[in-house]
Design a binder for this molecule. Structure first.
Ligand SMILES: [Zn+2]
Length: 323
């Protein structure tokens, strides 16, 4: 501890040769791109720029930023940036990493999908067996049962679209977190989607999709910066396209609050060897949502949204392969 305090007293600039500057510091030095220049690069025109909102549009597409926050809306779907849109050279700027790792995959998806597989979809119903996951406050619905029910519905919808879907578990059995990516790999997964339902404060509601946090950044819900590299970091761009496709369809099919495409370092997302996303299809701790989830027709709508998102992604991969 003493040593650490001593080094801190020297200040960060003196501590590290440039090749070993920790990512947190490298991030501070990362340059921004002015929002106008970003728009010009991608064929989007700035139609409004105030302290409250920046709107860009072009060719039927819309993009909104909220200055000083990490919130972006791409064609109405909420996408969390890695860093806030901040004051930059007398205007507003995006972190270069946000341009490259968040916006580019959304605006030019084909560039991020070449060479990615599109035959086998692995669905991972979260929890199971002795691990029940979240539990509804009013009716006692168990997350593990909902996850399995919704995953089965997604499987049949994907099969109807002509793709192959496999599941990491088919029954109510206990399964460790490391076993899930291993099982997906053994099944020849080209992409992996983990299905969950949430618990939180009583008023929390809505749907959200997570992808692995890029190296060197904080997760959307806070926490520390991690410089660890995981196999799934190879798929940063494809993860983004997949996660966005799912969130885009799910927010419409569920008619729930759009909590957005977020970053997390969940174990299944770290260990996977293919593009992956983890879906939270609603809050079991929210009384109205739990009531809706008791209805098979509503569960089917959740499943349809996720399946449609997966199908959109698969079509995107096939189109990128055709060039
Ligand atoms: Zn869960």
């Amino acid at each position: 501890m003493l040593r650490r305090h001593f080094l801190q007293a020297l200040g960060p600039a003196m501590l590290y040769p440039s090749w070993m500057v920790p990512r947190a510091l490298a991030q501070a030095a990362d340059t921004h791109l002015a929002v106008r220049d970003f728009g010009a690069r991608y064929g989007l025109r700035v139609t409004q720029m105030t302290e409250r909102a920046i709107l860009l549009a072009g060719e039927g597409r819309t993009l909104t930023f909220v200055p000083k926050t990490q919130q972006a809306r791409w064609n109405s779907t909420l996408v969390w940036l890695l860093a806030p849109v901040s004051a930059w050279r007398g205007s507003w700027g995006l972190l270069q990493s946000d341009v490259q790792m968040v916006m580019d995959p959304l605006l030019r998806p084909s560039n991020h999908l070449r060479g990615v597989g599109h035959r086998v979809v692995a669905l991972d119903p979260g929890h199971g067996g002795s691990d029940e996951g979240a539990r509804g406050r009013v009716h006692g619905l168990k997350e593990k049962d909902l996850n399995l029910d919704v995953a089965r519905r997604i499987r049949s919808k994907i099969a109807n679209s002509g793709y192959r879907a496999v599941m990491t578990r088919e029954t109510d059995r206990t399964m460790s977190l490391d076993e899930r990516p291993r099982r997906a790999r053994a099944l020849g997964a080209d992409l992996f989607v983990s299905i969950h339902f949430n618990a939180g404060p009583r008023t929390a509601e809505g749907v959200e999709t997570f992808i692995l946090t890029p190296r060197g950044f904080r997760t959307t819900d806070g926490g520390s910066v991690s410089t660890a590299t995981y196999a799934a970091h190879r798929f940063n761009g494809a993860n983004r396209v997949l996660g966005h496709a799912i969130q885009r369809r799910l927010r419409v099919s569920s008619q729930a609050t759009d909590r957005g495409l977020r970053h997390a370092r969940f174990s299944v997302l770290r260990g996977i060897q293919c593009p992956a996303a983890l879906v939270e299809g609603g809050f079991l701790s929210h009384a109205r949502t739990e009531g809706l989830l008791r209805d098979p027709a509503y569960r089917d709508r959740i499943a349809q949204g996720i399946a449609d998102g997966i199908n959109d992604y698969l079509r995107g991969v096939a189109a990128a392969a055709r060039g």
